[in-house]
Design a protein around this ligand. Structure first.
Ligand code: ARG
Length: 457
């Protein structure tokens, strides 16, 4: 692309190195659809307001539609020498229409143009991410529905703590993802504001109709201040924050899956299509997908930090620093989409091993709280019951048995309150079934949790 459009002001060509350094087309070309749709809306409004000739407005719109179709079909390739997608489309339009093409940029700056394009692009991406999260929610719920009575140990400090069910554990993640959906929907609201007409920074002297452009493009409302309209990127930061929290949840879930498919746990088995082997150890089956999600979470946090630091010191209004917004926000979007698209089917195809969960639940004295509660129900103060149960656990460890297999006379040595019915009270099934408080692991309670999530996705 020889000869810049601003060449009139300059006495020299831009140095090749500055050209390359300045260029953003390699990463902003992905906004071509939004750029062209935005330009069509702008040209429509310019014609309707009599700012350009109606006939020229129509030609521009047809020209832009042709460019869009040619990019879509692969007939038109992006010119890496164009500084950015906005210049590329405008130059192509002018090449096709001559002087008429040169009228498109009337009453507009690349500053409000890029502010529009990125909002339109992120709106579309946010909706896609929301759909992917909803799909993952459905997968989680459908597995939970099959495991309402699958007993497993619940952990604190990664020590076996109290019995829960696999459904209960899964629904914890369903609730986290529900909040992620809320955050994404909230981000969408604030990016759904139309900045075109802000001009370079101080709007324009032309009699434009911003509301008309807003309506054509389907935004909720127009931005209220032209300086803010061109120089705000907090909607990008909000989106990466929401994605970061979502990645944090996927990463925790991934970490648990990594543990669960180890021989030490063996609570689940990944489908062969979602695991990989080792180049040297023939026995290996590695959970690479989940490890990569855990790793990529760090990368998304990096994207968030990039934007926070990039934005914090720049004066109003537009500064070229802000061109750096795109690679970071696009990287976070691409990463989370890739993770969700892989994690969802991996989860859907994994095999759950209830016997191993149950066997783990049978060890580790996870019914000790229930044993103490048994005494409390017989009238003993909780602290005394707690102490007696601690002594019983100690006895079991010395004898190499469990609370279920410890003979009744050992119980009775500590207090007469113990009877044969203690065994029923401390059975894992009882422990789970009795925890029917709202939010608890009892099947009826988890069913209510499932209905709650279903109603909100
Ligand atoms: N490529 C630029 C960006 O992404 C477009 C806006 C350029 N505006 C300017 N005044 N140089 O930010």
């Amino acid at each position: 692309m020889a000869g810049k459009m601003w060449a009139g002001r300059f006495t020299k060509e831009v140095d090749e190195r500055v050209n390359d350094f300045n260029s953003s087309i390699s990463f902003d070309a992905r906004m071509y659809r939004q750029d062209i749709e935005g330009s069509i809306a702008h040209a429509t409004m310019l014609g309707e307001c009599g700012i350009i000739d109606m006939d020229e407005s129509r030609k521009i719109i047809e020209g832009l539609k042709g460019i869009l179709a040619d990019i879509d079909s692969g007939k038109l390739q992006f010119d890496p020498a164009a500084e950015d997608v906005h210049m590329f489309v405008e130059a192509e339009l002018t090449a096709r229409l001559g002087d008429t093409g040169k009228r498109l940029h009337t009453a507009r700056s690349r500053n409000d143009q890029v502010a529009l394009d990125i909002r339109m692009n992120l709106k579309a991406e946010t909706l896609e991410i929301i759909e992917l999260v909803k799909s993952l929610e459905k997968t989680i719920v459908s597995i939970a529905e099959k495991h309402l009575t699958t007993v497993m140990p619940g952990y604190t400090h990664l020590q076996r703590a109290q019995p829960i069910t696999f459904a209960h554990h899964l629904m914890a993640y369903a609730n986290m993802l529900l909040r992620d959906l809320g955050r994404l929907r909230d981000c969408y609201k604030r990016m759904n504001v139309m900045p075109l007409g802000s001009g370079a920074l101080a709007s324009t002297t032309y009699p434009i109709d911003r509301q008309r452009v807003c309506d054509i493009l389907g935004f909720d409302e127009i931005t209220q201040n032209s300086l803010d309209g061109v120089s705000d990127r907090d909607f990008c930061i909000e989106l990466i924050s929401a994605i970061s929290v979502l990645m944090m949840h996927l990463s925790r879930f991934s970490e648990e899956i990594i543990m669960w498919c180890s021989w030490e746990f063996k609570f689940i088995e990944l489908d062969d299509a979602y695991a990989t082997g080792s180049s040297i150890m023939p026995q290996k089956k590695n959970p690479d997908v989940t490890e990569l999600i855990r790793g990529k979470t760090g990368r998304v946090y990096g994207d968030l930090n990039t934007l926070l630091v990039m934005m914090k010191g720049i004066p109003l209004a537009y500064n070229k620093d802000m061109q750096e917004d795109k690679e970071a926000v696009f990287d976070a979007i691409d990463t989370v989409k890739l993770c969700l698209k892989t994690f969802d089917p991996m989860l859907a195809t994994m095999t759950v091993l209830p016997e191993n969960m149950r066997a783990a639940a049978a060890k580790g004295f996870i019914n000790a709280t229930d044993c103490a509660d048994y005494l409390v129900k017989k009238g003993m103060p909780f602290r005394d019951a707690y102490k007696i149960t601690g002594t019983l656990v100690h006895t079991c460890i010395e004898k190499g048995c469990t609370l279920e297999t410890l003979p009744l006379e050992e119980y009775k040595k500590l207090t007469d309150n113990f009877d044969e019915d203690v065994y029923e009270a401390i059975s894992l099934e009882t422990c789970v079934m009795q925890r029917k408080a709202a939010g608890g692991p009892a099947p009826e309670s988890v069913k209510a949790q499932i209905e709650y999530v279903k109603a909100r996705i």
